[in-house]
Design a protein around this ligand. Structure first.
Ligand code: UDP
Ligand code: MG
Length: 310
């Protein structure tokens, strides 16, 4: 028997949990017909809900032995919920799925097939449309993914969902990344392994409301960039270097012109102010370079992730 664990983060989701359970039940029944040697574990992570979410999960867990749960003492955010789920999942394959049915459970057989039969280490999903989402949110989301992909060492895919299924080996690699400010979408890319991408059209929430305000998303985006890129720090050094070189030339020119009487003293004074300002930026940039290295060291990430050691 193989076990698949599905981690389901929930924060104030009393409205959608019954829909989710019903839909999952159907999907898992047909899944069981196709793959009789596979069992499921549904691992709910209650992220400090203030409504009846935990109560509902407990009720289902009593009736259904496939259901387990982790309940947080307060709201720690979806990233922490995913980590807790992965940490407690027992499956040979581990996946995660939103509870609002925006991640279609119907894809599960195809995802499992890619891992079990096609030899992939993980199957990820991305939505190719953003229908139903406020246009301003889509616009900034697209820009964000483009920027992330440019300045980060790891691949970040536009429209990538958190919905995915991966092998135990890859799950352990994700868990070995102890990043406190977690950006799981970047972590998947960082740990490597072969990933198959499935695409689907955006599906709207069955009930309830999105838990992400525009500001929460913006902060998440900034966290993502900071977690996976030291480019913002390194830019300071580059800007400082270029400005210092430019103002040094300008200072020399204005000094010569001042001494030969072509220019007055004003350009020279401006030049000295510019030079000292840009020199400050350069020094700051050098310090930032060291800071960026220290920052990466403190994350304590593994030096490598091996797929096979023979
Ligand atoms: N979620 C969570 N903790 C949070 C925010 C969200 O566990 O602090 C869960 C939420 O219950 C849902 C999933 O993360 O299962 C995705 O949230 P949502 O559907 O609100 O995000 P969206 O689909 O709008 O991006
Ligand atoms: Mg959602």
């Amino acid at each position: 028997m193989k076990l698949i664990s599905i981690v389901i983060p929930c924060w104030n989701e009393e409205e959608v949990i019954p829909y989710f359970y019903e839909e999952m039940n159907k999907t898992l029944a047909s899944f069981g017909e196709e793959f009789p040697d596979v069992e499921f574990e549904l691992l709910f992570v209650d992220d400090g809900s203030k409504d009846r979410t935990l109560k509902l999960i407990k009720d289902y867990a009593e009736k259904d032995s496939r259901i387990r749960y982790v309940s947080f003492s307060r709201n720690f955010g979806k990233e922490a919920a995913l980590y807790a789920g992965f940490e407690n999942a027992k499956g040979d394959y581990v996946g995660c799925m939103d509870v609002d049915l925006q991640d279609p459970p119907a894809l599960l057989p195809e995802m499992y097939r890619a891992l079990a039969e096609e030899g992939y280490d993980s199957v990820a999903t991305r939505r190719v449309t953003r229908k139903g989402e406020p246009p301003i949110r889509s616009f900034f989301a697209r820009r964000f993914y483009r920027l992330m992909d440019k300045i980060c060492a790891t691949e970040v895919v536009d429209g990538a969902r958190d919905y995915r299924l991966m092998t135990r080996q890859m799950t352990d690699a994700v868990l070995s990344m102890g990043d406190y400010s977690r950006f799981t979408k970047g972590i998947y890319g960082w740990v490597g392994f072969s990933t198959k991408w499935l695409e689907f059209e955006n599906i709207e929430r069955v009930a309830g409301e999105t838990k992400w305000s525009f500001w929460k998303l913006l902060i998440y985006a900034i966290e993502g960039i900071i977690a996976f890129s030291t480019v913002p720090l390194e830019i300071i050094a580059w800007i400082g270097g270029i400005l210092t070189a430019g103002s040094f030339i300008y200072t020399v020119v204005s000094l010569v012109c001042f001494l030969t009487g072509v220019w007055g003293a004003v350009p020279l004074i401006i030049a000295v102010i510019l030079l000292s300002g840009s020199f400050n930026t350069l020094v700051l940039g050098i310090a930032a370079m060291y800071l960026s290295k220290t920052y990466l060291e403190t994350k304590g990430r593994p030096l490598y992730v091996a797929k096979e050691i023979v």
